[in-house]
Design a protein around this ligand. Sequence first.
Ligand code: PMP
Length: 401
Amino acid sequence: METTQNRHLFKRYIAQASDFEPFSLDVEKGEGVYVWDKAGKKYIDFISSICVNNVGHRNPVVLQAIENQMQKYLHIMVYGEFIQQPQIDFAQRLCENLPPQLQKIFLLNSGSEAIDGAIKLARLQNGRGEIVSFRNSYHGSTVGAISALGNEPIRHRFDPLLPHHRLAHFNSLPDLEQISEKTCCVIAEVVQSGGGMVEADEVWMKKLRERCTETGALLIFDEIQSGFGRTGKLFAFEHYGVVPDILCIAKSMGGGMPIGAFVASEKLMDLLNVEHPLMGHASTFGGHPLSCAAALASLNLILGNDILPKVEEKGQRIRRHLEKIEAVKKVSGKGLFLAAHFEDEKTTARVQERCMANGLISFWLLFNHTALALTPPLTITDSEIDTAMEIFARSVKEAVQ
Ligand code: PMP
């Protein structure tokens, strides 16, 4: 189908998430760090389709795992009723690489669902009402997850949401006082992506953990974007020596397939299965066998190869390129979870537009419109980084001239 015609059909039939002109890249194919449009133009996906394709598009190991599982069964039964080998294999491999406090996994389909499940689990544990989250955080689009959104005007569009919500400043020690014996749970990203890849401060993280423990509030980490090697460790919380009570994961978890989950201790998680069968939490497609097979393949790649130790090195390579670009005022983030900051919104939007025109996909951030996300697949090679950054430098030059 002709791209112009497709654009029309896309806008006519597909519900749009933004009212300005979307990129409308008419996708033909994805492979490795590349995406091609229908006209044959090649783009470097420097955002991994928003931190999903950590092992690249259509990684052959992931494709093979999907293919193998496809020969056996697709959907079989709602989550937790039948034993499904791909679920067990993935869960075991993941838990072997998590601390002892995080050993039981509830498999779902998306990040938002994982956040909702985590909130429900916290409710069952302590029966309290208040939820504390942080300014500039994004935790998803379901009613539960949007209740914890770190932006008051946007949240209020959907009122009434979950009541008793408190919004604290990220990295503010005094604001930790907002966490009290009334707090059910505290939800935090370890690196805030929407705010412009803002890293949690080390002392603050330790105090946050302490405050939650002392008040009995459950600490929920949203590692939906930062997880699965993005920051150079399997999960970003590992940089801090702080462990949450509940860990929410999704996005790159499935190597390109839809899957999400929350992880907790066995004792905590078992609160979901008492009294009313399937009414604690359940999902028809949660932990779909194809997604679990893909998730295991992707996890094995991340853990097994030399991917993780090279993330920081690759991030530094990008930073060195960015240092040479005068219009880039600051680079924030960790590993390959980076953002380039510019003087103003207009320049930022123009850089992004020039990048697209020149074949490099970067993306704006939810709450910070003077920065662009730079989060390529972890499998990107040094020469692919160099090519991408040449395009980026050229695009910036075109944008500011
Ligand atoms: N938390 C964070 C930090 C996210 O980036 C996202 C997705 N952008 C979500 C939660 C929600 O995940 P999903 O879109 O899979 O529901």
